[in-house]
Design a protein around this ligand. Structure first.
Ligand SMILES: [Zn+2]
Length: 134
């Protein structure tokens, strides 16, 4: 048996929609219209967001707010695109392991609900350096 890989279905790329009317970004890219000015989908361009982002804020959620959300869950706020702040799930041991300012990378995570984006802290050597290990 071979493990199922997302590569078989085409690599997933985190994308948002850029509006040519108001220069705003909407997420996810499949929005029916611009989330800022309401422009039609034809005015939207899909842009890739598959790059490291810095964590703005982080909270731990103890109640299952969404189906399939295993708790406690670490939820972070990131600026996915300029002026577009989204709440995302973060894979980390605890809130303390991912203080604001942590660099995160998106990973597509398949689950029973079809999958979702989960953000992982970047390995320290790949991230802009701060502090030393002990
Ligand atoms: Zn717009």
């Amino acid at each position: 048996m071979q493990p199922r890989s997302i590569a078989e279905n085409g690599t997933r790329i985190l994308q948002a929609a850029y509006c040519s009317e108001c220069s705003g970004y909407s997420f996810p890219a499949s929005v029916p219209g611009c989330g800022h000015c309401g422009a039609v989908p034809e005015a939207l361009t899909t842009v890739d967001c598959n790059r490291p982002v810095q964590l703005l804020n982080v909270i731990t959620v103890h109640a299952a707010l969404a189906p399939g959300l295993s708790v406690p869950a670490i939820i972070g706020e990131i600026e996915l695109c300029p002026r577009l702040v989204e709440e995302v799930r973060i894979e980390a041991e605890s809130e303390a392991a991912v203080p604001p300012g942590t660099w995160l990378v998106p990973t597509w995570c398949e689950d029973a609900d079809g999958g979702s984006w989960v953000f992982h802290p970047m390995p320290e050597k790949a991230a802009p350096s701060q502090g030393d290990p002990a």
